[in-house]
Design a protein around this ligand. Structure first.
Ligand SMILES: Cc1cc2nc3c(=O)[nH]c(=O)nc-3n(C[C@H](O)[C@H](O)[C@H](O)COP(=O)(O)OP(=O)(O)OC[C@H]3O[C@@H](n4cnc5c(N)ncnc54)[C@H](O)[C@@H]3O)c2cc1C
Length: 504
């Protein structure tokens, strides 16, 4: 172990965190202006070097690999600090943590782990994950990338796009299906560590994308034709697909870490602006509708805090989360919607100034938007939440939503409080749009349960009560939506659109 490693892992966490926050303040506010930086692509190399000199990823790495021990509470707090200053930076951390380091810690072979973590700790290397292909995004299980066994090597071929840190990461987790001469492409998915700077392992960037937001992070299309040592293959406990679910569910449960600082920052920016801005001789703060928006952002802050607490206790790598789809999907969908809504509210409150490309409010909207798309499109995840719940209700032979939720582990207390409101019978099969509407409702009940738990631990009771009012209102609105019959379809898409002018 180098002295630098010993140094980073022996500092008490509050000092480690403080050191990191001071570094971010220095590079983003003293030496550079983050608002200007955030409209340039990439990051000036010295800025990244300064940040990585704090060895932040050591918080994600177990002590036997030279890290600080991978305590989820430390990981969440670190990503939260990054997301207060910059959402793209937090996503870079989230990618490295959940999509590279955790999978390698949990499923990597020892021979590969040694070099990878030495590189991360001593040389500040970075890693990402490639799943998505141009023709297979949401339908990733049908990916066409394939691998064949050749002596002690695996040969991977395929095309991947939209992987965060394209052309930048030193390591990749590549996903592919096993191809054999007799059976063709297998159904399972395998994961491989690719050291992109090593001979035979280079990933070729065929095209760089002009991503709409998250300018700090490069995206593009990659051609994969690499030969990897067999020791670079991750070893699932059962199937590769279950391993992928465990990895993705953990990552989704860690989304609140990337949201925590971001929402706190939005709350700070919004309340600061509304205190200072005078409209019609009064501060914005004094208008009721402005208060409604501020209170809603504050409720998002409380919900996110509750989710971070939940994740810190339930999402450690010792737990297999493959079967925790409902919980992981409820957290991911709800928190990404809350982020986007908070950013939209901030821009509304800031007004025209917020629409400048270099203003935080506008950036916040475009930067937070893709979180609703990647790692499972929210539309699909909401439908899956409802499908899972309906399966559970069928098993329990229960059709009444309120009764079921009051008996379900993830919604017991919230379900009890909502018993009257949710006294409806669910009659499957439901059309997909109704599954989505129900899924949104369930995700808010799951969130309410977490807020109640946070409240029971002694969190600020005013914040808890206010957030519960917001959640109850959302749940009530969502139930009305769910109950309203609407099965309209696109009407004859091929005919001309009639013109209103014919009716003047
Ligand atoms: C900023 C950003 C970062 C990303 N980072 C990564 C990364 O690091 N690694 C990686 O591998 N990938 C990454 N992705 C890719 C991302 O995971 C995919 O974009 C996502 O899985 C959706 O796939 P797609 O874009 O092909 O959309 P499609 O699969 O074409 O889906 C588009 C939309 O169609 C609808 N839809 C699709 N299927 C259904 C269905 N069954 N039912 C109802 N509606 C449906 C949904 O509204 C969905 O949003 C990233 C994408 C973005 C934008």
């Amino acid at each position: 172990m180098t002295s630098a490693v010993a140094h980073h892992s022996s500092i008490a966490f509050p000092d480690f965190l403080q050191n990191f926050q001071t570094c971010l303040k220095n590079v983003f506010h003293s030496r550079e202006d983050i608002d200007q930086l955030s409209i340039q692509r990439g990051l000036p190399p010295y800025v990244l070097r300064n940040i990585m000199d704090c060895n932040p990823f050591s918080a994600f790495i177990p002590s036997q690999h030279g890290g600080r021990g991978a305590d989820p509470r430390e990981g969440i707090a670190l990503v939260e600090a990054a997301s207060y200053e910059s959402l793209p930076l937090a996503l870079i951390f989230g990618i490295n943590w959940a999509l590279f380091i955790q999978p390698v810690v949990k499923y990597g072979q020892e021979a590969a782990q040694k070099t990878v973590f030495k590189d991360f700790i001593e040389k500040q290397k970075m890693g990402g994950l490639m799943i998505t292909e141009p023709d297979y995004g949401s339908d990733a299980l049908h990916m066409q990338s394939s691998w064949t066994q050749q002596d002690d090597h695996c040969h991977l071929q395929g095309t991947k796009h939209w992987a965060g840190l394209t052309g930048w990461a030193d390591y990749w987790l590549l996903t592919a299906r096993h191809r054999t001469p007799d059976k063709g492409l297998g159904r399972d998915i395998d994961f491989f560590i690719c050291a992109a700077n090593n001979p035979g392992q280079q990933v070729v960037v065929e095209e760089k994308f002009s991503n709409l937001g998250l300018y700090m992070i490069p995206y593009g299309r990659n051609r994969i034709d690499v030969r990897l040592p067999a020791t670079h293959r991750l070893q699932p406990e059962s199937t590769g697909i279950k391993m992928m679910l465990d990895i993705l569910h953990r990552s989704r449960m860690q989304f609140p870490a990337m949201a925590m600082g971001f929402i706190k920052r939005i709350l700070d920016e919004a309340s600061d602006h509304c205190r200072k801005r005078l409209v019609g001789g009064k501060t914005l703060h004094s208008y009721d509708q402005v208060q409604a928006r501020l209170a809603e952002i504050q409720s998002a802050f409380t919900i996110c805090s509750a989710m971070c607490l939940n994740t810190s206790e339930r999402a450690g790598i010792e737990n297999n989360l493959a079967a925790q789809g409902l919980e992981a999907n409820a957290i991911k969908t709800c928190i990404t919607d809350l982020k986007q809504a908070a950013a939209q509210s901030l821009l509304q409150l800031v007004g025209a100034k917020g629409y400048r490309l270099d203003h935080f409010a506008g950036r916040a909207i475009v930067d937070s938007r893709p979180f609703q798309i990647f790692e499972g499109s929210n539309d699909i995840l909401y439908a899956q939440i409802a499908e899972t719940l309906l399966k559970q209700m069928k098993l329990a032979k229960e059709k009444n939503l309120a009764r079921y939720l009051a008996s379900f582990e993830l919604t017991r207390n919230a379900g009890e409080q909502l018993k009257k409101r949710l006294d409806v019978s669910i009659e499957p099969p439901l059309p997909q749009r109704k599954l989505v509407e129900l899924g949104i409702l369930i995700s808010r009940v799951v969130s309410m349960e977490m807020v109640l738990t946070l409240g029971a631990r002694g969190f600020d009771q005013q914040l808890i009560s206010a957030s519960l009012v917001h959640l109850q209102q959302q749940i009530a609105t969502q139930l009305t939506r769910y109950k309203h019959p609407n099965q309209t379809h696109l009407i004859d898409p091929d005919r001309d659109h009639p013109s209103w002018r014919s009716y003047c």
